[in-house]
Design a protein around this ligand. Structure first.
Ligand code: PGA
Length: 250
């Protein structure tokens, strides 16, 4: 049985002080382990956030990116060791905003996934198609390609630790959610492709989230679909009512 995992992606929002206050509130609200809960906070808020949830074993803190090299002349970048030192549990990689604005490639996503897994941090690998790709009916192939490259040649012992987030780009921040059928179809296609690469048992344990305009009204019906194991939530994770999305995953 796969445990649902709901992760808030704060993007470039929340100062360390704001994060601390919000997470203290969340820490009171999230009191059991029925659902795994995470918050992907800006780098500058990592330490304060981890401190704010220190007494709550049910909330994990995520980074929003990482560099795949261990150290060196990469101005502006952060290494896995730095995330580990802070106490990070998850790290988002390959988010469409990073692919689009910062040229993150499938190859980089694959390297990042490997170093994260080797260091005990769970990668949350984002994949998603554009509206043009969906309208041209090439979306299934597009996602298959992204998955194949992202999880290529990963030590089989680690594969079932990975979280994959299916986030159609046309649904992110637009208020336009994929229908539960569209989301389920793609999440099941993703699982099928993981199975092709690593076998059915492994694929059965990989958690696959949906992301893109998830809110308290549409979360429940998405979570009821057999291959949707939670959500990556942007805008709606910045509000206290995010607790309703967590409740919907129970
Ligand atoms: P959204 O963002 O929920 O605001 O659409 C989701 C994401 O980008 O992870």
């Amino acid at each position: 049985m796969r445990k649902k995992v709901v992760i808030g992606n704060w993007k470039m929002n929340m100062t360390a002080e704001e994060a601390k206050n919000f997470l203290r509130f969340m820490s009171v609200e999230v009191k059991d382990d029925e659902v795994e809960v995470g918050f992907a906070v800006p780098y500058t808020a990592l330490w304060a956030s981890i401190d704010a949830v220190r007494d709550n074993e049910y909330i994990g803190i995520a980074a929003q990116n990482v560099h795949f090299e261990p150290r060196g002349a990469y101005t502006g970048e952060i290494s896995v060791e730095m995330l580990k030192e802070a106490g990070v549990k998850y790290c988002i990689i390959g988010h469409s905003e990073r692919r689009q604005y910062f040229n993150e490639t499938d190859e980089a996503v694959n390297k990042k996934a490997k170093v994260l897994l080797e260091n005990g941090i769970t990668p949350v690998i984002c994949v998603g198609e554009t509206l043009e790709e969906r309208e041209a009916n090439v979306h299934m192939g597009r996602i298959e390609d992204q998955i194949r490259k992202a999880i290529d040649n990963i030590d089989v012992r680690f594969v079932d630790k990975i979280i994959i987030a299916y986030e159609p780009i046309w649904a992110i921040g637009t208020g336009k959610t994929a229908s539960k059928e569209q989301a389920e179809e793609m999440c099941s296609h993703i699982r099928y492709n993981v199975a092709k690469m690593y076998g059915l048992n492994v694929a059965d344990n990989v958690r696959i989230q949906y992301g893109g305009s998830v809110n308290e009204s549409n979360a429940k019906e998405l979570f009821e679909m057999p291959n949707i194991d939670g959500a990556l939530v942007g805008g709606a994770s910045l509000k206290p009512t995010f607790t309703n999305i967590i409740k919907a995953a129970r």
